[in-house]
Design a protein around this ligand. Structure first.
Ligand SMILES: Nc1nc2c(ncn2[C@@H]2O[C@H](COP(=O)(O)OP(=O)(O)O)[C@@H](O)[C@H]2O)c(=O)[nH]1
Ligand SMILES: [Mg+2]
Length: 395
């Protein structure tokens, strides 16, 4: 082992010397760092350093010895431990949805001032669901269902929570579908076009999905930087590509996004890649241009194969709340949206928007974003989401 290391070091040293020769001509003067620091130091600095040493040592000796009580030790251990990978999906989902579920559970507490379920309580419940971003239609539907067998009867907070969770789960169940990337013609990549407004989380979601495909589904993936509008957007996708170890096809800023998609498809096919994910721009301020751009990408892809793109993902930012509804409508007019990814569910109180979206559009929800990091994309489970949202602990 030691021998191998030594050999490797010799090889490295020789390489360094060769590199050095390329950088410096033989007649370059030798520049050596000075090691005689003390000689260069003035007396004043030397004295100052010595004094500082003494002061530091003095303070150290004066500092109190920590008291070791069992509680203090436990707290210290807790503070220092790394919780980032603990607990699995459910606990990360629950903690991500804390703000949304707090809003609902606190609201329920305020509503339940009396025991019997009357009209006023039902109206308050509907208002609560609307303010939790479920949207008026979905809120009305859930409340109506809830009141059916319970009107005029005693209800408890736990009963309401459970009933709400069940109604929500029933709405979510048909749309909770993981993204299946296996439908492509043999020898051709499965093509996923990713769209959404600027800042929704498209590029991040592409990175997260690619990571999951490579790591867990053992797929070979290629990315295409179809957001050619901003330099930063292309760079950001390249960084994700490096992180997840897959190639990224990119052109210059201002390049035709459809040309990027076309070239990427050709490359992915020639390379025998399983999946191609195409990033796009999201300039909704200029709807006409965006629509033309997306339509052109789709047109160019369809010339290769009528089934392309196999999936069109719309990425929605949960923090935009009710705005997400109009985003779905707008993008559905532009492209044939086949599924949704809802991002930024961590740290927003607007998580209920997902229930409304599922109810109104019935589009598959493939995954949800619960953080900015590479593995913060959770597979979407209807029951877990509904339970977490209304604070029901499933036992
Ligand atoms: N908290 C949180 N931030 C996210 C999530 N998804 C994306 N982001 C952040 O949202 C910002 C915009 O994301 P980006 O992928 O660049 O959006 P794009 O313009 O649609 O490509 C970035 O700062 C991301 O890190 C998420 O699920 N949770
Ligand atoms: Mg982007």
């Amino acid at each position: 082992m030691v021998f191998w290391r030594k050999k490797k070091n010799i090889a490295e040293q020789e390489q360094e010397e060769r590199d050095d020769k390329l950088l410096h001509r033989d007649d370059d003067p030798q520049i050596e760092p000075s090691t005689d620091y003390e000689a260069e130091m003035g007396e004043g600095i030397k004295q100052e350093i010595n004094e500082t040493d003494i002061t530091v040592i003095d303070t150290l000796e004066d500092s109190p010895v920590p008291v070791h009580t069992p509680d203090a030790d436990k707290q210290e251990k807790e503070d220092l431990s790394d919780h980032s990978q603990e607990g699995g999906w459910l606990s990360r989902l629950t903690s991500g949805l804390t703000k949304s579920s707090n809003k609902i559970t606190q609201g329920l507490g305020d509503i339940l001032t009396k025991k019997k379920l009357d009209q006023a309580m039902l109206e308050d419940l509907e208002d609560l669901l609307i303010t939790a971003d479920l949207g008026p239609k979905t809120a009305a539907k859930i409340v109506e269902e809830f009141s059916k067998d319970r009107f005029g009867k005693d209800v408890s907070e736990e009963e309401i929570k459970l009933a709400l969770a069940n109604s929500m789960s029933a709405i979510l169940e048909p749309v909770a579908k993981p993204l299946d990337v296996n439908g492509a013609t043999a020898g051709e990549p499965f093509v996923i076009l990713v769209c959404g407004v600027n800042g929704a989380g498209k590029t991040t979601t592409i990175g997260k999905i690619a990571h999951d495909l490579v790591l867990h589904q053992k797929k070979s993936v290629m990315l295409a930087a179809g957001d050619t509008f901003r330099a930063a957007a292309v760079e950001q996708l390249k960084v994700w590509a490096e992180r997840v170890h897959c190639p990224c096809v990119a052109k210059d800023i201002g390049a035709d996004a459809a040309a990027v998609a076309f070239e990427a498809y050709e490359k992915a096919k020639a390379d025998g890649r399983d999946v191609l994910m195409i990033d796009t721009a999201g300039r909704l301020q200029n709807k006409q241009n965006l629509m033309e751009e997306l339509e052109k990408i789709v047109r160019v892809l369809k010339k290769q194969n009528e089934n392309l793109p196999h999936a069109v993902l719309l990425v929605l930012d949960a923090t935009t709340g009710q705005n997400a509804f109009s985003q779905v409508e707008t993008f559905q007019k532009m492209v044939n949206v086949s599924g949704l990814v809802v991002t930024k569910l961590d740290g927003t109180a607007k998580g209920g928007v997902l229930i409304g979206l599922a109810d109104q559009f019935g589009l598959p929800v493939h995954a949800i974003g619960i953080g900015e990091k590479i593995d913060d994309l959770s597979p979407f489970s209807a029951k877990d989401f509904a339970n977490s949202l209304v604070g029901v602990v499933d036992v």
